[in-house]
Design a binder for this molecule. Structure first.
Ligand SMILES: Cc1cc2nc3c(=O)[nH]c(=O)nc-3n(C[C@H](O)[C@H](O)[C@H](O)COP(=O)(O)OP(=O)(O)OC[C@H]3O[C@@H](n4cnc5c(N)ncnc54)[C@H](O)[C@@H]3O)c2cc1C
Length: 386
């Protein structure tokens, strides 16, 4: 996706210097690097693999952008993130969010509705019959909450757009792929970032290493609890050429959290089950289909998608970087800044997380009360909560 540039080997030479080193080129790390680069700061981003590689959590064609959470705080945060997505679209000149209505139904829909109303987000409650008439492509159960401000994020395009903004804005060789960071050491003045190919002395290291974050932080004596799971999604094709209105997003909220979204620029529809996968050894991932998960996902397709053939045309595995409470981890410990724990719902917040990480790194912004969130992360995301 971007030119890979190795860190120069420096046996016996002083370490290379950089103002900010970001570890991780998923949505969080790329967003942090963009937020720093657009502030005119010097940033180097390192990833052990290619941008968008299938072992990370950010790969694939699409993600849901929704305001519909059962917690008003996340509804408000998604609203803030939306503004930054718009800025990213302007900066890159590309449409990254494809507006698509979302249908939320299932046992926890009333909590989602209450949270959205409390946060002042637009939503409409429809009786099942009316929802079925307006959105015949999805079989709903019970009343349906329609969210008009949701969208499908073109995830792969978003990574590419961020990378293309970071590379020229920062400095030559700003994005270096195929470089694994092996250790971090903060001596109180700067952070020594060790890689297999050499060392970089950085004023700040920003660790956005997804599920690898806990292991890397441990080398600097920082403890964050985390667990990684290997999830699965499947893509379905229409049983007959689509004739009705465009397909919406759906989320069956509560119980088995099944979700689905149309793939931008394609007739395919993606279906997954949130938090459905087993624990995974990150460096030995097996991406073969899990038969039990395939059956559950095909069952969801059969239940919710009347116009689609329930035999998947493609299956994808993808890791979740879970925090114990599913809240994000956004904090600064000395000169090490952390952005992780996205727990399977972080893509939509990428530009907001990136902005906070840049503020924590460059300005030393502390955690803030709700009224001040646009300028920094809320206290609930601090490492000290564990
Ligand atoms: C199947 C699935 C569906 C999802 N659906 C949605 C959705 O609809 N909406 C939504 O908002 N979110 C969704 N998510 C969640 C979202 O995709 C993730 O929260 C987000 O992509 C995580 O991004 P990240 O940058 O924090 O981590 P990652 O994308 O995992 O990036 C971390 C990067 O760090 C690199 N790295 C790790 N260790 C090192 C090291 N030591 N040295 C160098 N590089 C290193 C890795 O190679 C990796 O590229 C979904 C996730 C999955 C798996």
């Amino acid at each position: 996706m971007t030119a890979s540039r190795p860190v120069p080997r420096r046996s016996g030479q002083p370490a290379e210097r950089a103002e900010f080193v970001v570890v991780g080129g998923g949505i969080t790390g790329l967003s942090a690097a963009w937020a720093l680069a657009r502030r005119g700061r010097e940033v180097v981003l390192l990833d052990q693999a290619e941008i968008g590689h299938r072992g990370g959590g950010s790969h694939g064609s699409c993600r849901i952008f929704r305001l519909g959470y059962d917690d008003p705080a996340y509804v408000s945060l998604a609203g803030l993130a939306r503004q930054l997505w718009t800025e990213l679209e302007h900066a890159s000149g590309e449409r990254l969010l494809h507006p698509t209505p979302q249908l939320t139904f299932g046992p926890q829909m009333p909590q989602v509705r209450a949270a959205m109303r409390q946060a002042g987000a637009a939503c409409e409650l429809l009786p099942a019959q009316e929802a079925a008439a307006r959105f015949p492509g999805v079989t709903v159960t019970g009343e349906v909450l329609v969210e008009p401000e949701s969208a499908v994020i073109a995830a792969d395009r978003a990574l590419a757009a961020l990378a293309s903004l970071v590379e020229p804005a920062a400095l030559a060789g700003a994005i270096r792929t195929g470089v694994r960071v092996t250790a971090l050491a903060d001596d109180g003045r700067s952070v020594r970032v060790s890689t297999a190919d050499g060392e970089i002395e950085a004023a700040r290291a920003i660790v956005c290493a997804g599920p690898w974050t806990a292991g890397l932080l441990a080398t600097a004596g920082i403890t964050v609890p985390a667990s990684a799971t290997l999830e699965q999604v499947a893509y379905f094709a229409p049983g007959a050429p689509a004739a009705g209105p465009a397909m919406p997003i759906f989320v069956h909220y509560g119980g088995e959290f099944a979700y689905g979204l149309p793939v931008p620029g394609s007739e395919r529809y993606k279906v997954g089950i949130h938090h459905g996968g087993p624990a995974v050894d990150l460096d030995h991932q097996h991406h073969a289909d899990d038969a039990a998960m395939s059956r559950r996902i095909a069952g969801a397709a059969r239940t919710f998608l009347p116009g689609f053939d329930p035999r998947p045309v493609a299956v994808e595995r993808c890791v979740y970087d879970n925090s114990p409470d599913t809240d994000f981890i956004v904090d600064r410990i000395g000169n090490v800044v952390v952005g992780s724990g996205t727990s399977g719902h972080g893509f939509k917040f990428g530009p907001l997380l990136g902005d906070w990480l840049a503020r924590l790194s460059a300005d030393g912004t502390a955690h803030l009360s709700q009224a001040d969130w646009p300028s920094g992360p809320p206290a609930r995301f601090a490492v000290s909560r564990f």
